[in-house]
Write a protein that binds this ligand. Structure first.
Ligand code: SF4
Length: 419
């Protein structure tokens, strides 16, 4: 029995008669009630008299780890899987690339990025040799930019420490920057056939529902419980197919809101379905409420020059370019405060330019909302070198600014509002 499980129903051999009869009756009907009651008594008898059953049950039922599970998924997978490019390769580089891109990203959104990266950088050596700004530019719009920076670093690490050859085991893969347990398991099983189970959101959902596990999947300690179960389910003969199958099953059959239980091959074994708990499982405690931040971008311009800077560490969008920034507690920035900020940056307001309207844009991230105001300010003179040194700003032409790696917020502002 698993720690969070309500009933140890899956740990005993299923009753071949009453389970199938129960499934043929409607929930709540006398037939369903009779069969389920009979089944419970029957299952209890397995516990006390299992030595008697050993002689008569088929061999597959006697294996200790839910023998129906892997065969059902492996039978389902080839008939339902989506045809995706990274499923046609065992190249660890291509698999790693796809896994990094698809973390916290839907397949539909990630697919064009994968195709772009694998075409632009067909080998790990080519990705490692690319400038970081160029890599970030290709990543633009995918969010979670630390993934792109880690990916670039890891490519260099593979070239530097492993002569450009990806390590071939789960434990070695874990030594690479940005490669966690999920990615290491995916590469080790897909590329090298290692028998190590993957755990992603889809897998958590399938296991929680089928095995009736009510542990909170948002709690890190729960991972061990699910990993231990998944490791007992993965067959030695087909680890890659099993991992692909369970993830795909969670993505298109056992979906979060509308799982297709009616035509599910695991229905008769599924704890959540049998107990009317499909919408309750998995249990995931709510994430922290997101906070709102107020960014006032000061877009300093002079003639054909615009000033941008690279964002530093310890905040969102590290390594991407934006404008001089003042963050406040409200959406307002007075004219006086704006003028003071321009002076502090070493600039002098042009006297012959009309004031530009403020542009307001909103950008929603996973844990914060950014309410951005763009204040376009025309300068009397270019910023002096000392001011550039202090502020970190650098001069660009508008077409150069278009080519810099930027957050979607900044890219949207430039695309929509620059003449
Ligand atoms: S019966 Fe429904 S909840 Fe259970 S595994 Fe199948 S699709 Fe998921």
């Amino acid at each position: 029995m698993y720690a969070g499980q309500k009933v140890p129903i899956q740990n005993v051999s299923p009753c071949p008669v009453s389970c199938s009869l129960a499934n043929s009756g409607h929930k709540g009907s006398p037939l369903f009630w009779f069969c389920n009651t009979f089944c419970t008594i029957h299952l209890a008898s397995h516990f006390f008299f299992k030595h008697l059953y050993i002689k008569v049950l088929p061999l597959s039922v006697l294996t200790p780890t839910h023998p129906y599970f892997a065969p059902a998924l492996l039978e389902w997978y080839p008939r339902h899987r989506r045809d995706l490019p990274w499923r046609h390769t065992r190249d660890p580089y291509a698999i790693w690339l796809s896994e990094v891109i698809l973390q916290q990203t839907r397949v539909k959104q990630g697919l064009p990025y994968y195709l772009d990266f694998i075409t632009t950088y067909p080998t790990v050596q080519e990705l490692a040799a690319a400038p970081e700004d160029e890599v970030l530019r290709h990543w633009q719009g995918l969010g979670y930019y630390s993934r792109a920076r880690n990916m670039h670093y890891t490519a260099q690490q593979v070239v530097r420490e492993y002569t450009g050859v990806f390590p071939g085991t789960y434990s070695e893969l874990l030594r690479l920057r940005g490669v966690g347990q999920y990615t290491a398991a995916a590469i080790a099983s897909f590329a090298f056939g290692e028998q190590v189970a993957v755990l992603d959101g889809n897998v958590y959902r399938v296991l929680a529902r089928v095995f009736g596990i009510a542990s909170d999947i948002a709690v890190p300690a729960t991972r061990k419980e699910f990993q231990a179960l998944a490791d007992t389910l993965i067959p030695a003969a087909a680890p890659a197919e099993f991992n692909q199958a369970i993830m795909e099953f969670g993505a298109i059959q056992c979906t979060p809101l509308k799982p297709d239980c009616l035509f599910c091959p695991l229905q008769s074994h599924c704890y959540a379905f049998q107990h009317g708990m499909v919408q309750e499982l998995p249990v995931k405690s709510k994430a922290k409420a997101s906070r709102t931040r107020y960014f006032h971008y000061i877009v300093l311009r002079h003639g054909e020059t615009v000033y941008l800077k690279k964002r530093g560490a310890k905040d969102i969008w590290q390594g991407l370019y934006d404008f001089a920034l003042t963050e406040t507690d409200t959406a307002e920035l007075s004219g006086l405060a704006l003028a003071d900020a321009v002076t502090a940056l070493g600039g002098q307001l042009a006297t012959d330019r009309a004031e530009e309207p403020v542009v307001a844009l909103r950008h929603v991230l996973s844990h914060q909302k950014v309410e951005a105001r763009f204040h376009c300010v025309w300068l009397e003179q270019p910023l002096p070198p000392a001011a550039l040194n202090t502020s970190g700003l650098a001069p660009f032409t508008p077409s150069e600014a278009h080519e810099l790696p930027k957050s979607v917020l900044i890219a949207n502002y430039i695309d929509k509002y620059w003449k």
